[in-house]
Design a binder for this molecule. Structure first.
Ligand code: MG
Length: 227
């Protein structure tokens, strides 16, 4: 995280939210409003165990980080960069699971298990600071939306899990056809909400995919955690 981004993080909860002049607040979802519970590493470990494979959670955590980064690089190198679809999102997660379990024969079955797991509302828990920010944005009377790199599995979860269920507009990458940090992602959200870049604030946990990418798109942005 850069110094500028850290300074931004420190502005909340120390300042007025949403800031003056903001008419639209767009929230990232994973790591900003909700987190996996149990953790990704433990969910992967439990899924592997159900298929007869024992792997240490710390090993899974390291492999998962590397696999996730590898898929981000695949998307960055694609033409056009960061375009996505339902098919690409399923392919991403299948490749990540394959990377984590080293091409084990049961990897496909573990992937199917995990795909279903992370599509269930019970796999997620709200973050306290996220809940407070969504409540403040709604109470301020601004337009509030969710815009996530999560795929369309998010839509069913968002209907049932607070504070996601409080938000009237839910946009998922596979529906948009683009992932953050693609500028097209931000333009698509503007079109759907009927707003211009100068009135939007993005709130997110990722210094690059949320905070920096939104600013390049001409939005304001607020980082909420240093992960
Ligand atoms: Mg996030």
């Amino acid at each position: 995280m850069t110094t500028a981004d850290t300074a931004l993080v420190e502005t909340w909860p120390g300042t007025v939210f949403p800031p003056a002049g903001v008419g639209v607040v767009v929230f990232d979802v994973v790591g900003t409003l909700v987190e996996p519970s149990p953790s990704v590493a433990v969910a992967y470990q439990q899924a592997a165990l159900r298929h007869g494979l024992t792997v240490d959670a710390a090993v899974i955590q390291e492999r998962f980080k590397a696999a996730w980064r590898r898929q981000e690089m695949v998307d960055a190198a694609a033409v056009p960069a960061f375009a996505t679809s339902r098919g690409r999102e399923a392919e991403r997660w299948h490749a990540i699971v394959d990377d984590v379990f080293g091409g084990e024969a049961v990897s496909g079955a573990i992937f199917a298990d995990l795909w279903e797991h992370f599509g269930r509302v019970e796999a997620w828990q709200p973050l306290v600071h996220g809940r407070a920010l969504v409540r403040q944005a709604i109470d301020a009377g601004v337009t509030v939306a969710l815009a996530s790199n999560f795929d369309e599995r998010l839509l069913a979860i968002a209907e049932r899990l607070e504070p996601l269920s409080w938000v009237p507009h839910v946009f998922a990458s596979s529906e948009i056809g683009w992932r953050k940090p693609a500028p097209e992602f931000f333009r698509w959200v503007e079109r759907r909400l009927g707003c211009g870049p100068d009135e939007v604030l993005l709130v997110g946990d990722d210094p690059e995919l949320d905070v920096a990418a939104a600013r390049r798109a001409g939005w304001r942005s607020l980082g909420v955690a240093d992960r």
